[in-house]
Design a protein around this ligand. Structure first.
Ligand code: PCA
Length: 321
């Protein structure tokens, strides 16, 4: 009996000894679906690797702020991270494709975009010592306002919440003042009377319980930005082959699961906004036309700033339709 206990202890010892711990930083709340998905990913990896790799998820900007996460992972301060892909746009202009208005209009479009974008993004990230694992879209981006708006004139001189360089440019094009507010602070900013409008998902409106101040939600379906989960390449390479395999497998499953979760919460969130008394309407014909024109201008500026790589994305994207 004593020997059996000893044998069991010996069998477990090498596994415990080989255990690797990773920290994964994200800027979104623990309850949000992206974070729940990443936690499930971590659990799957731990199980499939028989405990050899443990990934600790740090939500809510607690370890690093959303925009700082890629650099922190690059520097090995955290082994893994999740950020919104458009936050990489300064170093990887191509990542900005995610928030060019009115290009991606559905989950099917988002899928097609990610299929053509993925190898390009992976190559850029690899040059920074980062390995892309999976990406999951946010629900479609709509327009929230504290009062009804009829045309772009109604935005002049108002304050529009922004979350990336793309939304900053849109605010400018509308003549509004961009106010950068992290997703987890939208509720406070609204309650403090600091915002008049914002473009984000119905889900983000629900998570921030915006119904105190927000009166309108226009389902303009402007774009589907994606979150991307990535690891430090050296940390990944240091894992034994079966554990690397477990990570890649769990990542593929997380991507699939995440897209389904996103589509499900997209619908539930609009219903919830309605239930809370927010008016859900299409934009007026005038505003719709103005927004489309603004989108075209944004597109032109974006293609010009990215250069020929934009074609590598847009040509296959539009020809595979
Ligand atoms: N929510 C995040 C990004 C896109 C979205 O739907 C935010 O508002 O910051």
């Amino acid at each position: 009996m004593k020997n059996m206990v000893l044998l069991a202890a010996l069998a477990v010892a090498p596994v415990l000894h080989a255990q690797t711990q990773w920290k994964l930083a994200t800027g979104y709340r623990a309850e949000s679906f992206h974070t729940r998905n990443v936690v499930q990913f971590a659990q799957d990896v731990e199980r499939a690797s028989a405990g050899a790799l443990r990934i600790e998820v740090h939500a809510n900007n607690a370890l690093f702020k959303l925009g700082e996460i890629p650099q922190a992972v690059q520097d090995g301060k955290a082994q893994a991270g999740e950020t919104i892909m458009t936050s990489l746009v300064r170093e990887i202009p191509l990542a900005g494709a995610d928030s060019v208005p009115f290009v991606v209009r559905s989950y099917a479009d988002a899928r097609r975009m990610w299929d053509v974008q993925r190898p390009l993004i992976e190559a850029h990230m690899a040059r920074k010592g980062l390995k892309a694992l999976y990406a999951v879209p946010w629900p479609p981006q709509g327009l929230f306002t504290t009062a009804s708006v009829r045309s772009s004139v109604d935005f002049k001189g108002t304050r529009m919440r922004t979350y990336n360089p793309g939304t900053v440019r849109i605010a400018e094009l509308l003549g509004a003042t961009p106010v950068d507010v992290p997703m987890v602070e939208v509720n406070q900013a609204l309650a403090a009377g600091k915002l008049d409008s914002m473009i984000t998902s119905a889900l983000t409106g629900v998570e921030n319980q915006v119904w105190g101040q927000i009166k309108q939600y226009y389902g303009i379906n402007a774009w589907f930005p994606k979150n991307i989960v990535f690891v430090n390449q050296l940390a990944f390479d240091a894992l034994p082959a079966p554990v690397r395999q477990a990570v890649s497998q769990a990542a593929a499953e997380a991507e699939k699961r995440g897209w389904a979760m996103s589509a499900a919460v997209a619908e539930e969130s609009v219903t919830e906004l309605l239930r809370k008394g927010i008016k859900v309407e299409p934009p007026s014909a005038v505003l719709d036309t103005e927004l489309k024109r603004l989108g075209e201008r944004f597109s032109r500026e974006w293609v010009r700033s990215v250069g020929s790589e934009a074609n590598q994305l847009f040509i296959p994207y539009y020809t595979q339709r």
